[in-house]
Ligand binder design. Sequence first.
Ligand code: PMP
Length: 397
Amino acid sequence: MFESIQPAPADPILGLTEAFKADPNPQKINLGVGVYQDSTGKTPALSCVRKAGELLARSDAGSSYLPIPGLAEYTSAVQQLAFGSAHEVVTSGRAFSAQTPGGTGALRVVGDFLAANMPGTTLWVTDPTWANHANIFSAAGVSLAKFPYFDKANNSLALADMLDALQKIPAGDAVLLHGCCHNPTGVDPTQEQWEKIADVLYAQQLLPVLDFAYQGFGDGIDEDAVGLRTVARQGEEFILCSSFSKNFGLYNQRVGAATFVATDAERANVVGSQVKRAIRANYSNPPAHGARLVAAVLGDDDLRSEWHTELTAMRNRINGMRSLLVDKLAEKSVPGDYSFIKAQRGMFSFSGLTKEQVLALRERHAIYIVDSGRINVAGITESNVDRLTEAIADVVG
Ligand code: PMP
């Protein structure tokens, strides 16, 4: 039976981690996979999350199944965090949220929902986008197409080309945008640009799908929600996919949510019934612990304020490393202007390094970067930045 099965190609990013682990060089640097690291290169659990875990351990929350859409305290907290508690989307009840196994799970639920309920819908993604988007949606049977997003020459948003392309997408298709901290480019629209994008999306009758995996990693919790709050116009429909892997450091707990915003509460219920059907046929119902942790932190004033402090520290460290990297590259007279790295937001930066330079960094310096030149800025520390910039000078010069 299995004789004729061919090996699947290795996942390019996770494969890089394997290669990094196998490298005996003690000075190796991993700037590949998107996991936050502190100034010592570790990914510790957040203190607010550890405290929430202790509180949970002292009470018995039970171990029966959660409902199909997950824990109600959690999904309600997810909506309030994304939109703000007084937002019309939240108060009107026209949003249906389901807790999902991570942001990946949320995207897959959206894919299954589109395939089952809106067959023939093409999902349009930014060029480039997170590599797993294509895997997730094609596995769900949704066809994909790309629209321009990144202006390589200027390391900025290709707004005019993007709006032009969006204007040509047939009504009824879906458009996947990154809520903030675009992966892999680090380039986000400004609020004004979001307004223009939303104008075109709704004029063309397109369904926005917002992938929101890095709230708080760019400029702040509310600042990073500007895009989705701009898209969240009265009476308009859209989908939001949330992830708490990064901003709560809950990578291995798989905590996410898919929120379907309909025109009114009645419609949201109908949509919700189909979302539940998709989930039932996939993983039946979500795991409880991670969502309980997030709900416990967000539901307690002290823990929530501690979370704000810890998230701010992560964000400041990343943005600080952006500046340090740019300054060190200038100090070492590396040819080229890298100042755009400071303006990018989130965990990633499109460094502009070519595939050949990326390979040379790996082979000559044991520095691991994704082939596209995407750097995980959180992998840079005060103690490896000199070695990193000297190596870049070597391969670029
Ligand atoms: N969307 C984007 C853009 C991401 O970068 C990631 C994580 N790499 C996800 C979704 C999925 O996150 P999770 O780990 O919660 O599944």
